[in-house]
Each structure stands twice: as structure tokens, then as C-alpha cells.
Design a protein around this ligand. Structure first.
Ligand code: FPP
Length: 246
């Protein structure tokens, strides 16, 4: 029985988030420039999006560029931005053909004008697609998002749009970049690092975490099945006891 066949379709997570780590090490192992790792990583992402569509996953959030990534060498940043722009150009038709909606979370105001308008364009052109929502985190960090949400709430309270007493966990979620998106059930991080690196801090309170040593460019279809199978095998208690869940 293949790994895919072992997956109970009714138990597949609705939302998977991925920290796509290890592109640089993948390139280094092959004596290549770091950008070669990112190029391969983009191919992996394309493959994983296809599999996610087949599995009828509804949301896939990927960490493509963190707030902290702005501190990388200028050459790597410009390489990543070119890769992003080229990938958008190549994939827009495919996204519309396959019902893929592209959304973005993060501070895209920091991107050069050309990159920003490419991003806005792909978001606009795919906004009515219903099958899979691919959410790309760009110039994103969880703390940034939480601070921005807090500022927006403070402003709305000040302007009497909401009352101080209306602020709740749920209301707070409405002010995050992910307001329309349910929390991920599963977060995957590749490359052996076991940390969250400022990703979706508010949203992953009860998310199952899955770490694998596989570098992102090598993350295959079967690796995704393995992560999903491990997730399905876990007991999610949300703070309750095992007996209460059963
Ligand atoms: C982390 O690996 C990866 C990134 C900072 C970039 C992720 C980008 C892609 C997978 C490219 C495709 C994305 C789009 C949206 C086209 P790293 O560079 O930190 O690797 P290292 O830890 O081995 O150095």
C-alpha cells in the first residue's frame, strides 16, 4: 500500500502551513550558488501545490520571505524577488486553470513598485478561484502582524468603531492578515531546524508541529504524505483530557 493510499481522506487537514527551509544548504551541498537552491525550492513548491490540490486541501500557507530576510545580502534578496516575479508570470495561467487562489500576507509595501504591482495583480486575477488558497507570506513576521493588528484595533476603539469591551481572541483574529483563513491544523518545517522563526505566532496556538530533516528542495510528494499521516495519527486535545476527546 502506498503512503498516499494510507491517508484517510476525511482526516486530511484543511490548512497546512510550511516553513520552506534548507534551500541554501541544498545548494551548498552541490557547490552551487544559494539562488540555485531557491530555484529548486520554487519547483518543489509548485509540485506540493499540485499535490495539495489533488488532496483537496483548502489552504496552504508558505513562508517565502520573512521580515528578517531583508537582512540577507542584497544579491540574494534581488535573486529571490526575481524568482518571485518570474514564478508569478509562469504560474498565473496554471493557477486560474486549476482553481488556485493566491493570497499574500505580510508588509508588501516594502517591496519595489514593480514587485508590489505583480503581487497585487496575481491576487486580483485569482481572487475568485475556489479550490485551493495558496497564501504566500512575504515580508512577513508574526510579531509584526500582531503589532499591526493591535494598532488597527486601537484606532477603531479610538474612533468608536468598536468598544474596548468588544476585544476578544476572536475579534483580534479579525484584525490579522489571516482574518479570512482558519488556523492551520498542521505546520511543517523542513531542514532539521526546530523553531518557529516568527511565523503565524497567533494562529498556531493549537497547531500540530512536524519537523523533518529533509531540505525543502528535496521535499517530495511522499514527504508530504508522511507529514499528513503523522498528523492524522496524533491526538488533538486542545487542553482537554484524552478521555474527554473520546
Ligand atoms: C529558506 O531557506 C528559504 C527561503 C528564505 C526562501 C523560500 C523561497 C522559496 C522556496 C522560493 C519559492 C517561493 C516563491 C513564492 C516563488 P534558506 O535560504 O534559509 O536555507 P538555509 O537555511 O539552508 O540557508
Amino acid at each position: 500500500m502506498s503512503l498516499k493510499d494510507k491517508i484517510d481522506k476525511n482526516k486530511i487537514p484543511e490548512h497546512i502551513a510550511i516553513i520552506m527551509d534548507g534551500n541554501g544548504r541544498w545548494a551548498k551541498q552541490r557547490g552551487k550558488m544559494r539562488i540555485a537552491g531557491h530555484n529548486q525550492g520554487a519547483k518543489t513548491l509548485k509540485d506540493i501545490i499540485k499535490i495539495a490540490t489533488e488532496l483537496e486541501i483548502k489552504y496552504l500557507t508558505v513562508y517565502a520571505f520573512s521580515t528578517e530576510n531583508w537582512d540577507r545580502p542584497a544579491k540574494e534578496i534581488s535573486g529571490l524577488l526575481s524568482l518571485l516575479v518570474n514564478s508569478i508570470d509562469q504560474e498565473i495561467e496554471n493557477a486560474n486553470k486549476n482553481g488556485i487562489k493566491i493570497s499574500v500576507i505580510g508588509d508588501i509595501s516594502r517591496f519595489p513598485k514593480k514587485v508590489k504591482s505583480k503581487i497585487q495583480n496575481v491576487v486580483e486575477l485569482t481572487k475568485n478561484n475556489k479550490k485551493l488558497n495558496v497564501i504566500i507570506a512575504l515580508s512577513y513576521s508574526g510579531r509584526w502582524e500582531i503589532v499591526e493588528a493591535s494598532k488597527k484595533i486601537a484606532k477603531d476603539v479610538k474612533n468608536n468603531i468598536i468598544g474596548f469591551e468588544d476585544i476578544s481572541e476572536e475579534k483580534f483574529s479579525d484584525y490579522l492578515d489571516t482574518s479570512e483563513i482558519p488556523d492551520p491544523e498542521l505546520l511543517i518545517r523542513t531542514s532539521g531546524e526546530k523553531r518557529i522563526s516568527n511565523f503565524l505566532l497567533y494562529q498556531i496556538a493549537y497547531t500540530e508541529l512536524y519537523f523533518t530533516d529533509v531540505l525543502w528542495p528535496d521535499f517530495s510528494e511522499n514527504e508530504l504524505y508522511k507529514a499528513i499521516l503523522e498528523y492524522i495519527g496524533r491526538e488533538r486535545r486542545f487542553g482537554k483530557t484524552s478521555e474527554q476527546i473520546k
